[in-house]
Design a protein. Sequence first.
Length: 182
Amino acid sequence: MRKLKMDELGRMSVDEFKRADKFPLVLILDNIRSLNNIGSIFRTADAFRIEKIYLTGFTARPPHKDIHKTALGATESVDWEYTEKISVLLQKLKQDGFFIMALEQTDEKIMLQDFYPEKNRKTAVILGNEVKGISDEALDYADIAVEIPQFGTKHSLNVSVSAGIVLWDLLAKINFDYLCKK
């Protein structure tokens, strides 16, 4: 066994990525404070070829050296947009037919392993602040709250880790074979 070299990985160029089909998923970052988390989420969004990231509230925006440090160029490949008020964004996404999923611990949540997204349904996943979680304002627009099961002493996962887990799970359930073959 040997590690593959970068030129053996068969990765797309940024231009190819921009033209490629995307999964019908968008991420909404609701007041994320860590620039490293933002960059890491961009990198994960690139890896899973999602449509777009929306940055809201006080979430920092590229270009920024600390976002770039973990994004490793993904801010150039992944489409993104900033909107100050999350309620305005969520109203628009609802009008555009998006299913709004809050990744949050609530009294009416469904566990991630029990949630199955509809294929070809546009889904927006809200990721909340590292300390306070998703804002009440955002939660009011959610069609569902989904929680990642945890078995230790901590009550939450890092937001960028949560993004990776939920994207992998949703794409596996959507059946991402058609993109893997392209």
